[in-house]
Design a protein around this ligand. Sequence first.
Ligand SMILES: Cc1cc2nc3c(=O)[nH]c(=O)nc-3n(C[C@H](O)[C@H](O)[C@H](O)COP(=O)(O)OP(=O)(O)OC[C@H]3O[C@@H](n4cnc5c(N)ncnc54)[C@H](O)[C@@H]3O)c2cc1C
Length: 414
Amino acid sequence: MSNEPQKYDVLIAGGSFVGLTLALALASAGRGALKIAVVDRTPLARARDRANDGRASALSAASTHLYQSLGIWQSVAKRAQPITGIDITESQMNALVRPTLLHFDGDLAGGEPAANMLENHVLRDALISKASETEGLTFLAPESVIDFDNHAHVVTARLEHGGNIEAALLVAADGRKSALRKRAGIKTIGWSYPQAGIVATLGLEKPHGGRAIQHFLPQGPFAILPLPENRVSLVWTEERARASEIVAMEDAEFLAEAKKRIGARFGALTLQGPRADFPLNMHLARAFVADRFALVGDAAHGVHPLAGQGLNIGLRDVAALAEVVIEAARLGLEPGSATVLQRYERWRRFDSAFSGLSMDALNRLFTNDNAPMRAIRSLGLGLVDRAPALKRFFVREAAGLTGTVPRLLKGETI
Ligand SMILES: Cc1cc2nc3c(=O)[nH]c(=O)nc-3n(C[C@H](O)[C@H](O)[C@H](O)COP(=O)(O)OP(=O)(O)OC[C@H]3O[C@@H](n4cnc5c(N)ncnc54)[C@H](O)[C@@H]3O)c2cc1C
């Protein structure tokens, strides 16, 4: 490789869900006017291997609109499962029945689902394929940004396998432990939960009907999320040491533990893929931008997965950053200019903080096993269940369609 740096308008470090979606949004909305590079340290064959990520994500209607406008949804829609309704229960572990205290219809006005379930490996595959055929977009993997320096009009990034990239803007989409966030001197606030999230895919004997179920148990939330072919994705919160024990169990013992929580309503359960546990924490970067530098996705914020919002919040960053960068480019401003980055930060930081703290409050409220608290919670859920306007508001909030919504999330072009 020559010593001359490769030149791009935007360099994105981290080519997972958020990084690749941002690259595609900038390439497509910019209609080829911007040169984009994405690097990811994971080799492509490993990134595409389902065994590497057995999770599924609840994609809000807003995120679905984004993928529709990028031409991704069309290739994954057949493998998505619309959520037709959400049931919320609260009970002790040994309860014989888990009565529904609160029910939400899954549709927005007009019949559109507020959220769709999609397996992570399906989405990742579609993003990688689209990136490889998109003009103006270069995807390098395995490759990492190991350091960077700011100069008057560019940032120079040093790559692990040799060579440099010069860009007007460096975006860190390198996940929760973002090394580039640290390198930029941006600190985070946050805390670890004593919990881990166990994730597994199960097959059911009886139909799930597209309903998502959230059982609030004393150990933490236990979500049963519908997938096509009458399968479900579990997101099962337990105290950390117990979660590792459960994941290491023999298949039959694991299924018996799952059945204690799910109950008998779905008949026999079968395991349908890998299982894993993820330590849970909440963090928020103290700033989302620095000189010619922006954070997106989990590099900027991480939330408790109890409402399945982490990726949706990251995709909101994507749509907001793409909108401010493209609008600025049309006015002749550079993507890394301070005006552009401040507009992005003002748009996204408060909203991300609010989402993270709301999930945290819900988790604390529902993992408190004190008897008077349980009674107040049940009463509260029952009251919300009798308030249709409030329920409609919650469904629109979960769909990502409240507040100042970026154009791509409304299904509009930039
Ligand atoms: C149990 C669980 C369930 C969840 N369920 C949902 C859900 O239902 N809905 C939802 O919206 N969200 C959900 N989430 C959250 C969601 O998975 C994350 O928010 C999302 O994966 C974040 O994507 P990202 O692209 O920001 O980061 P990541 O997916 O963490 O990707 C970071 C990428 O950066 C690369 N990288 C790191 N350092 C470098 C470097 N220096 N140079 C180059 N590349 C680098 C890595 O290889 C990786 O590919 C869940 C999370 C958990 C733990």
